[in-house]
Design a protein around this ligand. Structure first.
Ligand code: HAS
Ligand code: CU
Length: 600
């Protein structure tokens, strides 16, 4: 390593305060990963009937909810806020406007998720009258304790403030650099957050107007189709909220580790704009089998979903091209021979590449899901968990772990404790997931349901219907166990890394793209325009289906007035008060008029 590189400052050297927030967010994320992994191994062994000594089948839903919520809400989102804080600060090369605000949103998020977590874990004991066995999709008719919804609302407000913090930092930067293009990483953060604001608006309405009042007993019932639809309005774009941090690492860090540069900055911008525009108007593809939504709306959602494949296909092209460029810089040749010239011993590189490879498979199973007719075959089967363990469970989770091997030294000045263990860990994840997810897909095609501790129907033997059921269960259990071991190795390696002494010379700079922002049309940076178009698309996709759902099933469920009972007395008080006020005002005005008449 040259002395010049050794003297470069790391992120921690330049921005010590921000580095602390990033570390805190990442550690919160990995704590959730640890908890989620424990619930994961318990449920995989229970469901496959390999080991049932820890929980009863009735407790399965508490375990499944904890597994889902800790992983797809706490693990992913805390990692995202850490990574995005790093990315904004690094790419704008300036500190956040006010670090106290940054700590405030972190604290709000932590408080919110603690409330939600407590409400779920309380389900394990009868000593506290509280439970939230509603799974990570938490729509009606399943009902959780109010603390669950309150915690989620607080958590989401925390993420909104985080977004505001990054927008504000960018605006401050823009004042000093009026004619410059938005740096790529900041552009990625801002477009992702714009999408997040649109997506979370629906879940905020669902929680605050329906689910929370319902669980508090303020309203008697809700319209389940409506809360499901509002959930999926949010529930599809949320998958890209998980994915965008991984994409950021693939676009901006992976090419550097490969020894090259990002192939095209403009293409990366196009991809993030496309996600902002297309992520939200597709949620109904989770509801192809829901009654109460017309087929035509489902068809429109399917068509939109097929368009949404485009940004990921563009990503496959751009990222592989950047990696190939890196390999050729390192002397790689041939049609595929360059693949051997890549830094495969580096866990950050290999982890991200394996994550990308699995995402290709996950993307293909997503295409199957998205086809309305074939969806009927796999919906609510264990095929779907097979799909999302490749996407969020590998493309996202494995990239986050692999990315940490690269990022942690930058934010702590401590070298990774053991890179060989890191390498073993990411490969183990790949093998474990290949086994588990493949067997899940296979069982799903055979009709094995998801979300149950007892997948066999009463009076029906899978093993006589198809002999491989037991064997597939063993594959799932072995895969799940390898994933658990891999998580423990990751966390152990990180804990040992934290015990390492600080050293200098760890700084890594990210090179500019081969085709830079100057090649991108200026309009790409017009965030207001894209946000406005995204809103229009959402209204076009959702206004009619939601109106039809309310028209058919009532705002608060069938047979209930358009407003809840407690609103009527409140409404009466309000009209009486308004009446009295209006009366007084008119009388005063009238007497004044008379007075003026007298004067005249
Ligand atoms: Fe999905 C259900 C459709 C992507 C997550 N999805 C789910 C659920 C989750 C989830 C959690 O249309 C279950 C929800 C529940 O509990 O019910 N999904 C899609 C489609 C895509 C897709 C079309 N899903 C994701 C991502 C997720 C995710 C991303 C999380 C992060 N999904 C569905 C549908 C359902 C569904 C239906 C409902 C199913 C049902 O009936 O319930 C697309 O976005 C996928 C596009 C991806 C590609 C792949 C491109 C390949 C790339 C790899 C590059 C390679 C590299 C490395 C970098 C077209 C980018 C190369 C390596 C070398 C060695 C060369
Ligand atoms: Cu989806």
């Amino acid at each position: 390593m040259s002395t010049e590189i050794e003297s470069d400052p790391t992120f921690l050297d330049k921005f010590p305060q921000e580095a602390r927030v990033v570390r805190a967010a990442l550690l919160s994320s990995f704590f959730a990963l640890f908890l989620g992994a424990i619930f994961g191994i318990v449920q995989t062994l229970h469901r496959t009937d390999i080991f049932r000594g820890l929980i009863s089948s009735a407790e399965y839903y508490t375990v499944l909810t904890a597994h889902g919520v800790f992983l797809v809400i706490s693990f992913t989102v805390f990692f995202l806020v850490g990574l995005f804080t790093w990315a904004v600060t690094r790419s704008l090369d300036r500190p956040v406007v006010n670090i106290k605000i940054t700590w405030t949103w972190y604290a709000i998020m932590a408080a919110g998720i603690t409330m939600t977590g407590v409400s779920i874990l309380a389900g394990f004991t009868d000593a506290i009258d509280m439970s939230a066995d509603v799974l990570f999709t938490f729509y009606a008719p399943l009902q959780a304790h109010p603390l669950f919804y309150t915690g989620l609302a607080v958590f989401i407000v925390g993420t909104w403030l985080a977004g505001a913090d990054w927008f504000r930092t960018w605006l401050a930067w823009k004042d000093d650099h009026p004619d410059e293009r938005i740096p790529l990483q900041t552009f990625m953060v801002l477009t992702t957050m714009a999408m997040w604001y649109i997506a979370t608006s629906a879940i905020a309405v669902s929680v605050l107007a329906f689910l929370l009042p319902w669980s508090l007993g303020l309203i008697d019932q809700v319209n389940p189709t409506l809360t499901r639809t509002l959930f999926w309005f949010f529930g599809h774009p949320v998958v890209y909220f998980w994915l965008m941090p991984a994409y950021m690492l693939w676009y901006t860090v992976l090419p550097k580790i490969a020894g090259g540069r990002l192939f095209s900055d403009p293409l990366a911008r196009v991809v993030f704009v496309l996600f902002l525009l297309l992520s939200t108007p597709v949620g109904i593809h989770h509801q192809y089998l829901d009654p109460g939504i017309a087929e035509g709306f489902k068809f429109i959602s399917m068509t939109n979903t097929m368009f949404l494949l485009l940004p990921s296909l563009l990503t496959a092209f751009t990222v592989v091209a950047s990696v190939e460029y890196g390999a050729r810089q390192r002397g790689g040749t041939g049609l595929l021979g360059w693949l051997t010239d890549l830094p495969w011993r580096n866990p950050a590189f290999t982890g991200m590449m394996l994550a990308g490879l699995m995402f290709a498979a996950g993307g293909f199973s997503g295409m199957v899901n998205a086809g309305m007719n074939i969806n009927y075959m796999i919906h609510n089967t264990i095929w779907v968990p097979g799909h999302f363990h490749l996407t969020v469970g590998t493309a996202v989770a494995l990239t986050m772990m692999a990315g940490t091997y690269w990022l942690w030294p930058q934010i702590s000045n401590k070298p990774i404790y053991s890179k060989p263990i890191g390498l073993f860990q990411v490969v183990l994840w790949f093998i474990g997931m290949a086994l588990m997810s493949n067997a899940m897909h296979a069982q799903g095609i055979l009709g094995v349901p998801r979300r149950t501790a007892e997948p066999e129907y009463a009076g029906f033997e899978y093993s006589t219907a198809f002999g491989g059921f037991g064997e597939l269960n063993v594959q799932i259990a072995i895969g799940g166990t390898l994933l658990f071991v891999s998580t423990i190795l990751f966390i152990g390696n990180l804990v040992l890394t934290m015990g390492n002494p600080k050293v200098s010379g760890l700084a890594e700079t990210l090179p500019p793209a081969l085709s830079g922002p100057e090649d991108a049309p200026q309009v790409l940076d017009n965030l207001r325009l894209w946000f406005a178009i995204a809103l229009v698309l959402v209204v076009l996709a959702y206004a009619l289906p939601i109106a039809a759902i309310i028209n058919r099933g009532g705002l608060f469920g069938p047979g209930v007035d358009a407003f809840p009972v407690w609103v009527t007395p409140a409404f009466d008080v309000l009209t009486d008060a308004t009446g009295a006020l209006v009366g007084t005002v008119t009388e005063t005005v009238a007497s004044n008029l008379r007075f003026s008449e007298v004067l005249r």
